[in-house]
Design a protein around this ligand. Sequence first.
Ligand SMILES: [Zn+2]
Length: 327
Amino acid sequence: MTDELSECIQKIDLKDSKSDDESTSSSSSSSGGELANEFEIEDVEALLKEGKVKNIVMVVGAGISTSAGIPDFRTPGTGLYSNLERYNLPYPEAVFDIKYFKKRPQAFYTLSKELLPGLYAPTITHHFIAQLGKLGILKRIYSQNIDGLERLAGLEEEKLVEAHGSFASSRCTRCKKVYPNSEVHPMLRAGTVMECTSCEDRNDRAYVKPDIVFFGEGLPDRFHDLLNDDLEECDLMIVMGTSLYVYPVGGIPDGVGNDCPRILINRELVGSFKEDRRRTADAFYCGNADDGALRLAKALGVEEEVKESYKNLKASIDKKREEINNN
Ligand SMILES: [Zn+2]
């Protein structure tokens, strides 16, 4: 979540209000919207069945993790949001603002208690993604989520770009000293702010932060290093569970040619799927991520594998969580 990013969000907001005006005057409107071209999910299924897809690039967001039970802290009325109210944040996103964190890290530590990987099991969609990796047809997935569920479902790290970072590593925000998860995660789980001991020795107070990308910080090098080549090789773009509002990740689907097949699996049309009439191979599946993932898994002949691995991992994580809650 960078400065360039917040600038882009503003641009998108402007663009969005414009397209809203347009859509009120147009007659086409089903539950989630319709595309102008005649490319459908059935065409994507056919490409997968016929083995014509070798380099899938995916862009995913919070919508693929909602069925895991991960709450959205921005939604008023949810437990997470109420937990943060007592910190009198200037605005909810301040919890992910690097300047705010350096002065008042407690709100982030409180939120982390709920977000730290381990409490939630990966969804059907995460296991579908892991299967794509095993089949050797996933070039890369760009995830905006910090829940670590792609890793947990067994996706190789090499296939994954956690564009907004993750809890998988942590360091001091000032001296950059790296702290092991074995020290940081118990503190996050307890909601206890962790100070950097090296900085403390110099009477220079600083805090340890997981490598999640905060507002005011740049995206990981890995994102910039891989993106152009990935887009060049992409022969199917799959976008799931994201509003595509947050840039630069929201712009990734636009980086492929107009005739490159793209499918959006989401509750509503978003981004250029909604606006770009030049695209001839855009498909839209209006619904939740897991249902869409299962359709594509079926086309690839791995539906049962996806369901089975989902069931097994969920059972073991649910059991672990029960043990934690009972202690
Ligand atoms: Zn330090």
